[in-house]
Design a protein around this ligand. Sequence first.
Ligand code: FAD
Ligand code: 2HG
Ligand code: ZN
Length: 476
Amino acid sequence: MCSSSVIYGHKVDLIAMLDTTVVQEFQEIVGTNHALQEEALTATYTADWTGRFQGKSPMVLRPADTSQVSELVKLAARAGLSIVPQGGNTGLVGGSVPLNEEIVISTLRMDHCEPVDVLAQQVTVGAGTTLANAQAHVSPFNLDIGVDLAARDSCTIGGMIATNAGGINVVRYGPMRDQLLGIEAVLSDGSIISHLEGLEKDNTGYNFPGLLAGSEGTLAIITKARLRLHPRLNERCSAMIAFKTVDDAVVATSQLRRTLPALQAVEVIFGEAMSLVSDHIGASVPVGLGSQAWLIVEVAAANDPTDQLANAIDDLGPLAADVAVGLDTATRNGLWEYREKITEAIATQGTPHKLDVTLPASRLSEFVNEVPSLISTVDGQATAVMFGHLGDGNVHVNILGADGNEPDEGVDDAVLNYVAELGGSISAEHGIGTAKREFLHLNRTEAELAAFRAIKRGLDPRGILNPNVLLPPEDS
Ligand code: FAD
Ligand code: 2HG
Ligand code: ZN
């Protein structure tokens, strides 16, 4: 059908790599419409959200259910093909795209949500369900998914599990791993493991949900998940608080965590990020122009938590330089826009290196204050745009090079070594992917890496599942 195309130069070579009978067998499993080969059709599956990681694939397969995934994996294993599992392709570490011409298995068609189990406060959803659809599915029952993040319209539950996504409510509900009560997945030999009963207590051996959360597609392809749900807290109030120094924001965050039982989110925007995002959304800085840091604090409860928030802000005294409060949905959303549009604002400036790190609370302000000069010693023209989830000690450091180009590679090395020196983590919530695997040794000992490799070999002896991510190559 497409082997004679001259428009898509490299496609002919790629397709030639796949035996025609193998191609036919793949097509028989998912149907020809869901076995994509034309580069025009595969393009959105082969480049990542940031545009920094671009690959190519001989075939993107879109199975409808778990048994089709199982058949695809069996066939790939037999044919010696490697697989990149993909959900919404919103990952930010280059883990979701085929960088060495792997086939892609996209879960997007596996988006069925089973009826909400109100009695148990749980739901089982297909791995390809977007977070927004899962939220919409459970909200009529006054229930909520514990993890929320700005990519909610595109990211999938399977991808969120595979990356152990964090987002804005970790301070209250924990990351994706904490939401998991059961999982169904296809292993590298095509066998299916399924444990979806959702028993709150179930000590019957190894915990697959815990193992697969954060495994980044290297151990299995997740096909369904049983999620714990939380009562939906409809009474909400948000505030943006400006601080003269980074340290004031860190101290205030700790105080708010101690004094606000209804605390739902504590997010931070530092100076460079605030000016970039306000330009991007075409609005002025709401409060505290010239400050070094702004917190967005949200409280949520069954009964109006506004007084609770107002009292807690009063108690901050002179720490808080200025405050804007959002009582109604429109004003709250207006404040949140400054936080949620930062990633998009950065993307308009070029291709950044995204470093997503956690610091111990006692080293946070030192880190944030030091990073700009650290970066400039490596690349004099690079700028650091910083923001994140301060309640969890998680700072997103986006580094842009001159004229929107990527910065000097050495900036990653300098920042991540500094993080490790301060006792932090080189990946807070986005995962290791391709982007950080050469730095994994900064946080993991030889013994830990050996245990990781043993797990990988045990579950994927041929190394066909997402071979380019997480574990550093053995000879590095
Ligand atoms: P993909 O990008 O498709 O894949 C991510 C990884 O998971 C890859 O390694 C892939 O192989 C693997 N994978 C995907 N599906 C499966 C599956 N079914 N089985 C096995 N492996 C699988 N992340 C946060 O943690 N917190 C945030 O606040 C946050 N905000 C974001 C905001 C924006 C605007 C954007 C663009 C991204 C943001 N992210 C955030 C990153 C991203 O949304 C998350 O990492 C998300 O969990 C990825 O889900 P996905 O479905 O897009 O996965
Ligand atoms: C967020 O918190 C995301 O908004 C994206 O994790 C972070 O763009 C980034 O670096
Ligand atoms: Zn984040």
